[in-house]
Design a protein around this ligand. Sequence first.
Ligand code: HSE
Length: 324
Amino acid sequence: MRNSQSTLTLSIIGFGAVGQGVATIVQNAPHIKVVAIADSKGVALMPDLNDVLARKRGGQPIANSNLTALDVIRTIDHDVVVEVTPTNIHGGEPGLTHVREALKNKRNVVTSNKGPLVAAFDELTQLAYTNGVALRYEATVGGAMPIVNLIRDTLAGARVLDIRGVLNGTCNYILTRMAEEALDYDQVLSEAQDMGIAEADPTYDVAGIDTACKVVILANAFFGRHATFADVDVTGIDRITQDALQLARQRGFAVKLVGDVQELTVSPKLIPIAHPLNVSGTLNAASILTDTAGEITVAGKGAGSIETASAILSDVLSLKRDRS
Ligand code: HSE
């Protein structure tokens, strides 16, 4: 990359909800140019963003070339690969190959895709280091809620002792509505699916798998744990009963699915009603326990197209700042 005012060039690999969110918000970002967009069917080169967004929404193909996503990553000269294909926790593909190839070709990577980081965190961070490029992943944990860069940059002067988080919006929505409105599990799960925040397979949410992936990423990033998914002890919310939630409520507690990063656990926990981790609806929250700064709790939107894209843009803009 050249100086801070020159244009930063991006490819967007994956054009689902998050990829479309990125295309929407970078339209108004100065000095950022999207050179290619890949969806599962093909590649649009030098896309007109309005046009490809309209095509995608209308169910029309976006491709205007014979290239594949890997061709773009390997052969088109650009600064940043935005890898936003869907998370696959079984081996991380196709995202893992995309991220690996981008780093090997000395392209910076910004991603919301948990799969590659859960499958190969150490390998990918090492690959970024040896190739002199950045791998940024704020959007993988907590969507728009700042946590990765908050700990890495803003809290750099403190030692982080533990992170405990409500890191899955779908589970939080289900638990909140069940507890506050005495609704049943299946009804609220299907509402969460309609809202578009649940994973394509909602078992990833309710069985605690998505939260466990986020725990793995934070454990590797901040505690050097070399952890993978298999290291996390996971209990989901799929067996929580209405009675258990009401009993907790009467005693001044809310039940939340909590990921504990030091413990490498994910399980439903009783959180005092007045505790800042007791956020409602689709919100995420994380309490960061530090040696010198005490406990810091953040909360925010953990999912959503534009919300997740905002975290990606923040990583892209930080690369732009770094190059000056
Ligand atoms: N399905 C996830 C959630 C999306 O409900 O929080 C963000 O990882």
